[in-house]
Design a protein around this ligand. Structure first.
Ligand code: HEM
Length: 327
């Protein structure tokens, strides 16, 4: 019911946006330094006016049959942006001469590629060669968050697709065994503050981790881990390395439950629980656990910032015709 309402609300919002654009009430924000090539909120307004709607429809129809894909789409956008910028590099398939990012161990459990393919196919029918895969992924992740009950934020469009996707680049994804200082350093390299890193980690309000991502916590006694939750994790792992443990009690709902979990020492990954264990980030976790609205606000700001990481504009990239292959 909430989802139907969400959808109706979004449809109304688009109608209003379209009208405001036609009346000239929304100015074109230029986010890049590349002049006419820069990112803009209304980038596809003339060239592919229904692009946003098509992505929303593809995302909602996929999530109606499999709500767990919201997590997949959000994580895929994060892994895209952290490696080579938000340029759709994570979507490229390996070729006989190149092993792509998606075949790295860190990406083998990414899910939702078919949702992007579906949106891309429909968009290509309406406006061939116009809308990049990087933009489609950024919009799909944004829509997945909203569909799951999270905040709705606008993102500028105009990212171009990259041509490089190499397995070795994925070394720059954060490891689930990182402590708070390592996370602060790695996110800092991309221009994020500690607070933004904690807000983005709230993406773990959706989805699951497999045993292989947290089992190292079970072999040596981890004082940051609640002892009865340690038994739950061990039980999950008794079904093997691929057995899944939800990050929080509401795996398909975008809410503040991830942070209450951390406060109660039931975070799944070392990199989750460290945010409460470390004095540098504990106060931020407490704040988000107590105030979901503040988490939503900070999350949407940080997601907008992440969606702009090292974007390729104009002739620095291409618009792929098929998200899995360079043109
Ligand atoms: C802070 C550093 C981060 C680390 C170390 C990390 C690590 C991980 C790991 C190990 C998994 C489970 C993979 C598996 O076992 O198959 C995971 C899942 C996930 N991550 Fe992260 N992550 C981080 C940040 C983020 C961010 C910033 C987002 C998005 C904003 C995000 C979104 C997700 C989602 C939604 C899932 C669940 C995927 C699913 O259920 O398919 N993560 N992450």
């Amino acid at each position: 019911m909430a989802r139907v309402k969400n959808r109706a609300a979004a449809d109304v919002m688009w109608g209003v946006m379209l009208l405001m654009q036609m009346m000239g009430l929304i100015r074109s924000f230029n986010f890049g330094i590349g002049g006419v090539d820069g990112l803009r909120m209304d980038y596809y307004f003339m060239s592919c006016p229904f692009a946003e709607q098509i992505v929303w429809n593809s995302v909602t129809s996929a999530l109606q049959s499999d709500p767990t894909l919201a997590a997949g789409l959000l994580r895929m956008h994060f892994h895209d942006c952290f490696i080579q910028g938000c340029d759709g590099s994570v979507l490229l398939d390996s070729t006989k001469d190149n092993t792509a990012e998606k075949d790295s161990p860190a990406n083998l459990s990414l899910r939702g590629y078919e949702v992007i393919d579906d949106a891309k196919e429909q968009i290509e029918e309406q406006c061939p060669g116009v809308v990049s895969c990087a933009d489609i992924l950024a919009m799909a992740a944004r829509d997945a968050v909203f569909w799951a009950g999270g905040p709705r934020y606008e993102i500028p469009k105009g990212r171009k697709d990259g041509a490089r996707s190499r397995i070795e680049d994925t070394i720059n994804l954060p490891s689930p065994t990182f402590n708070a200082s390592e996370l602060i350093r790695m996110f800092g390299q991309h221009g994020f503050s500690a607070q933004e890193m904690v807000a983005l980690s709230g993406g773990h309000t959706l989805g699951v981790a497999r045993c292989s991502s947290f089992k190292q916590r079970l072999s040596n006694s981890d004082p940051t881990l609640d002892s009865s939750f340690a038994k739950t994790l061990s039980k999950t792992c008794s079904a093997g390395d691929n057995a899944e443990q939800p990050f929080d009690a509401t795996r398909n709902t975008f809410d503040g439950a991830y942070y209450y979990g951390l406060v109660n020492k039931v975070g799944v990954l070392t990199s989750d629980q460290t945010l409460f264990a470390s004095a540098r980030t504990k106060g931020i976790v407490n704040g988000y656990a107590m105030n979901q609205a503040m988490f939503f606000f900070d999350f949407q700001q940080a997601m907008l910032k992440m969606s702009l990481l090292d974007v390729k504009e104009g002739s620095a990239g291409q618009v792929r015709l098929n998200c899995r292959k360079i043109n």
